[in-house]
Write a protein that binds this ligand. Sequence first.
Ligand code: ZN
Length: 161
Amino acid sequence: MQIANETVATIDYTLTNDNGDTLDQSKDGQFCYLHGANNIIPGLEEALLGKSAGDTITVAVDPEDGYGHRDESMLQTVKREMFGTDQEVEVGMQFHAESPQGETLAITVTQVEDDDITIDGNHPLAGINLNFNVTVVDIRVATQEEIEHGHAHGPHDDHHH
Ligand code: ZN
C-alpha cells in the first residue's frame, strides 16, 4: 500500500535546520497524519505521496513550502497589562491568539522591557529551511470519520466532536 489521499500514514521523522540542529521529532517515532488534508506542510506531504511502509526519505523544504517567510509586520509591541496581572511574561513564552481572519496564530514573546512586551506572530519555523528525515512506519485507509474530521485519529483516540 502507498501513501495517497485518504490514507493515514504513521511516520517517524526528525526535523533539522541547515546547521544540523534538531528542531523537532516525532514522539516515540509515531506521528500520524491524514494525507491530503493539509495536516502537514505542503513540501513534506508532496514528498511522501506514493511512499510505502519502510521507505526512508530525506526532504529539504524551502520556507515557501514550509511555514512561509518571516513577516516583520507580525512583530508588535504591547503593554504588559494585556497579559493580566497574575501572568508572568517571559521571553520565549508562547500563547495563541485569533487573527482578524479567524485563524489561530501562535504568538511568541521575543522581548520584555519594563512594561513593553514585544510579541512575534510569525511561526517559530518561518523563514527556515527545513530538513526532514522520514521513515514511513505504517499506512492504512482512513476511516469515514477521519475523512469528515480532516485529521487522523490515533489508536487511543478519545476525542469526541
Ligand atoms: Zn476527529
